[in-house]
Design a protein around this ligand. Structure first.
Ligand code: NAD
Length: 421
């Protein structure tokens, strides 16, 4: 009976969750209702259906979305996700989170996001290229360096960004690198972009560890998701002396209480599967979340920490490299337990921050060294973390609500300055 009750009370719809998160911060800020209502809706949403020729000559129709949430502070910005479970509500939620992510680190952007319902793991490289180009062609009218600038997300890569930039440039008749970020370096990508999401997450974790007085080289870590965000976070934390005791990907996880050799895990991921690390250490994705670690990094998909498992999460710090891994109900359980949740809009803001640097470099046609990029990234994330932490103390609230408060205030001021509200 208890399980049935839980199912009824907790929504796993990311768009509903994003709206609840806005409400929590808007109430603390005492924002007028019409402003809150405006912020809970994307400004523009485009649904596209487009044909792609498969290698066997057949034609498949794919459905995709682009959501532009709010452009009060600047053009909209956010990744494109290729995944079989993409939904319109997920893309809308992700675009809202982007607005507040840009707000919390002070970037001159609003939020956007895109997605295509597909499973890239079942497509050949040429099919993936045709799909990527066709999707960019379908959304080309509403994106652009001064309108909406996509980037990589789940199962999209620098190579895909390069194809999309090329398609947009051909349509416009001139080289236009500023339309998309996360590109290969040779076609306008930024130094440091590949590591940026994980690097930003590590800067935020380092600050949180300082707050609780735990030396980084004594910290144990579990990472769910072994892609751009999770894999690089595991590597960077291992380099700083942390013990990475578990990692996972979509097929499951591996666990060694004495610490995994991350370079070996990376090699196995590239060559075959992380499961080949050793049969004795297999765990499920669910078990990984509940391990007794100092730092848990969800770096895969949404809704993995819910009211069903939140009480069993033992980590002292949950650093949300993924977008939306924790439901609001789980948030309050973790908050009562004293778990420090570094919210997604801060923990993974390193990606969009270096995407912003990439876009600035594209517009100037003048490129920076990796050291310059990392220095600017570190300043942005550390200062944003400290502002969020200090506001959370002032209002006696959690880091997520404080992060939203900073963002909502900024976006509201911009909408007021433009005479929208
Ligand atoms: P990615 O495609 O590089 O990697 C995704 C990883 O998650 C893969 O290892 C995959 O095997 C794993 N995975 C997929 N389904 C899973 C499941 N059900 N359980 C466990 N693991 C699963 O994607 P990414 O760019 O690393 O994105 C991961 C998360 O980080 C997403 O929530 C994304 O929105 C967020 N994010 C990414 C960036 C970025 O710059 N790439 C920036 C901000 C936020």
């Amino acid at each position: 009976m208890k399980t049935a009750q839980i199912e009824q009370t907790e929504t796993l719809n990311p768009y509903e969750i994003a709206k609840q998160q806005i409400d929590a911060a808007a109430t603390k800020l005492q924002l007028p209702l019409h402003i809150t209502e405006l912020l809970k809706r994307p400004k523009r949403v485009l649904t596209v259906n487009f044909p792609v020729q498969m290698d066997d000559g057949t034609v498949r129709i794919f459905e995709g979305y682009r959501s532009q949430h709010n452009d009060a502070i600047g053009p909209t910005k956010g990744g494109i996700r290729f995944h079989p479970d993409v939904t319109l509500d997920e893309v809308k939620a992700l675009s809202m989170w982007m607005t507040f992510k840009c707000g919390v680190v002070g970037l001159p952007y609003g939020g956007g996001k895109g997605g295509v319902i597909c499973d890239p793991r079942t497509l050949s490289k040429r099919e993936l290229e045709r799909l990527s180009r066709a999707f960019m062609e379908a959304i080309a009218d509403i994106v652009g360096p001064e309108r909406d600038i996509p980037a990589p997300d789940v199962y999209t890569t620098p190579e895909i960004m390069g194809w999309m930039m090329d398609t947009y440039s051909r349509l416009k008749g001139h080289y236009s690198p500023g339309v998309i970020t996360g590109k290969p370096i040779i076609v306008g990508g930024s130094q440091g972009r590949t590591n940026a999401t994980a690097q930003g997450c590590v800067y935020a974790i380092r600050s949180a560890l300082q707050d609780i007085g735990l030396p980084i080289e004594q910290a144990t870590v579990a990472v769910q998701g072994f892609g751009n965000a999770g894999r690089i976070a595991a590597r960077l934390l291992a380099e700083l002396g942390c013990k990475i005791i578990a990692v996972s990907d979509s097929r499951g996880g591996i666990y060694d209480p004495n610490g995994l050799q991350i370079d070996r895990v990376e090699q196995l991921k590239d060559e075959s599967s992380i499961a080949n690390y050793g049969p004795s250490c297999h765990i499920t994705n669910e078990q990984l979340l509940e391990l007794d670690v100092d730092i848990l990094i969800p770096a895969a998909l949404e809704n993995v920490i819910t009211q069903e498992n939140a009480a069993r999460i033992k980590a002292r710090i949950v650093a949300e490299a993924a977008n939306g891994p924790t439901t609001p109900e789980a948030d309050s359980i973790l908050s009562k337990k004293g778990t420090i949740v570094i919210p997604d809009i801060l923990a993974n803001a390193g990606g969009v921050t270096v995407s912003y640097f990439e876009w600035v470099q594209n517009l100037m046609n003048y490129y920076w060294s990796e050291a310059e990029v990392l220095e600017k990234l570190e300043t942005t994330i550390v200062q944003s973390y400290e502002a969020v932490r200090d506001l959370a103390k002032t209002y006696d609230t959690d880091l997520r609500t404080a992060a939203y408060m900073i963002s909502l205030k900024r976006v509201t001021e911009a909408m007021q300055a433009r005479g929208w509200v």
